[in-house]
Write a protein that binds this ligand. Structure first.
Ligand code: SF4
Ligand code: SF4
Length: 333
C-alpha cells in the first residue's frame, strides 16, 4: 500500500488534510409525506414510501433527533415530501445537528430562524422541462426566494433533452447571475415519463458538457470531473455500479453478503420515525438504472483505500470528497 504523502503533492496533501478530519456520519429523514408538488418521476411518491403514518408531535421528533445524535449522526439530510411544509420539525433538527434541507424551493426558508442552514433547491431540467415534469416553472419562483443566498445551491437534475442544446449552460448562467451555486445530477425517471431516455451517446455528451461547464464557471459549478465520469459510466476503477456496490443502503436492514463498503451508521428514516427505507432513494428503483448523485459520490468516498493505487486515482478521491464536503458546507465553497 502506498502512503498518502507519496501519492499527493504538497497542495493536494493540504486539501486532503482539510477533509480527512471531517468524519462525516450522515442519515436521511423524511420530514413529511406531503408535498406541494407532484412531479412526474418523483422517487418518493412513485415507490409508495409515503404510505406510513406521519409523526405529528414535534416533541417526539426532538426526542428522536437526540437519539440520532447519540447514535453518532453528525449530518441530518432532510427530504420528504417537502420539508418546508413543517418548519417546526426542521427547527428541531437545526437546533440539534448540522442540517441540510432539500427542498423544491417554493416556500422560502426564513433566514431569521435558520440563518446558516444549508439548503439544496431541486431543479428538473429548465423552465420548459419543469412545466412538463413538475406542472410549473419552479425556477422562476424559487429564484425570487433564494437569489443571493449564501447557504443555498441548486441541485440541477439534467434531463436528456437538455444535452447539446445550450439549455444546461443557460441555467448555469442564470444561477450565476443570481449569485447562486449549482451541482449536477442526472434524471433517473422513476415513473417512465415518455421521452426522458438516456442513451450511451447522450451519457458521453453530458459528461463532456458538465466537464466544460465546470471549467467555464468554476465559481458557480460545484462538481468534479471524476464524479461526472462515474455517474455517466457507472464504472469506478474496475467495478460496476449496482445493488452489490451501493454504499447508501440503510445499515441495520442491509443483508447483503458479502457486504460492500458502505456509509457507517447510515439510515433513511420514514416520517413515522420507526420505518427504515431501503436506501437514500426509491425503494423500488432498479439499481442498475440509478443515477442518484449522492449515492455515486458516496461510492467513491467509502472506497478510499481502493483509490490509493496511484496518484491520479487518489487525487480523484480527494476531489470527490472535497465536493461532498463543500455541498454540505463542512468546508467553504
Ligand atoms: S418536489 Fe420532490 S418530493 Fe415533491 S413531488 Fe417533486 S420530487 Fe417529489
Ligand atoms: S436505488 Fe440507487 S441508492 Fe437505492 S440501493 Fe439502488 S443503487 Fe443504491
Amino acid at each position: 500500500m502506498k502512503t498518502i504523502s507519496s501519492l499527493l503533492n504538497k497542495e493536494d496533501h493540504e486539501r486532503y488534510t482539510r477533509i480527512s478530519k471531517l468524519n462525516i456520519r450522515s442519515s436521511i429523514y423524511d420530514v413529511t409525506n406531503k408535498c406541494n408538488l407532484r412531479c412526474k418521476g418523483c422517487f418518493f411518491f412513485s415507490s409508495g414510501e409515503q404510505d406510513v403514518k406521519e409523526e405529528k408531535d414535534v416533541t417526539k421528533w426532538a426526542e428522536f433527533i437526540d437519539r440520532e445524535k447519540e447514535r453518532g449522526v453528525n449530518l441530518a439530510i432532510l427530504i420528504g415530501g417537502e420539508p418546508t411544509l413543517f418548519f417546526d420539525r426542521v427547527k428541531a433538527f437545526y437546533d440539534r445537528l448540522p442540517t441540510f434541507c432539500a427542498t423544491n424551493g417554493l416556500i422560502k426558508v426564513p433566514r431569521d430562524v435558520f440563518p446558516d442552514m444549508m439548503v439544496g433547491v431541486s431543479l428538473w431540467g429548465d423552465e420548459e422541462a419543469e412545466k412538463v415534469l413538475r406542472g410549473k416553472d419552479t425556477l422562476s419562483l424559487t429564484l425570487k426566494n433564494y437569489e443571493g443566498d449564501q447557504y443555498t445551491y441548486y441541485l440541477h437534475t439534467i434531463i436528456p433533452q437538455q444535452v447539446g442544446t445550450g439549455r444546461v449552460e443557460r441555467v448555469v448562467k442564470k444561477l450565476k447571475n443570481a449569485g447562486l451555486k449549482v451541482h449536477f445530477q442526472l434524471f433517473s425517471n422513476d415513473e417512465d415519463a415518455p421521452g426522458f431516455v438516456w442513451t450511451p451517446e447522450l451519457m458521453t455528451a453530458v459528461r463532456q458538457e458538465m466537464d466544460g461547464l465546470m471549467d467555464q464557471y468554476p465559481d458557480t459549478v460545484i462538481s468534479s470531473k471524476y464524479y461526472h465520469q462515474i455517474i455517466t459510466t457507472g464504472k469506478m476503477l474496475d467495478r460496476t455500479w449496482g445493488w452489490n456496490e451501493c454504499p447508501s443502503v440503510t445499515e441495520p436492514i442491509d443483508k447483503r453478503d458479502p457486504q460492500p463498503r458502505h456509509l457507517i451508521r447510515f439510515i433513511r428514516w420514514a416520517a413515522d420515525l420507526e420505518t427504515m427505507h431501503r436506501c437514500c432513494t426509491s425503494e423500488t428503483r432498479d439499481c442498475t438504472k440509478c443515477k442518484d448523485g449522492a449515492a455515486h459520490m458516496s461510492w467513491v468516498m467509502v472506497n478510499k483505500r481502493e483509490h490509493m493505487r496511484s496518484s491520479a486515482d487518489f487525487k480523484n478521491w480527494v476531489e470527490v470528497y472535497e465536493m461532498f464536503a463543500k455541498l454540505y458546507r463542512f468546508i467553504p465553497w
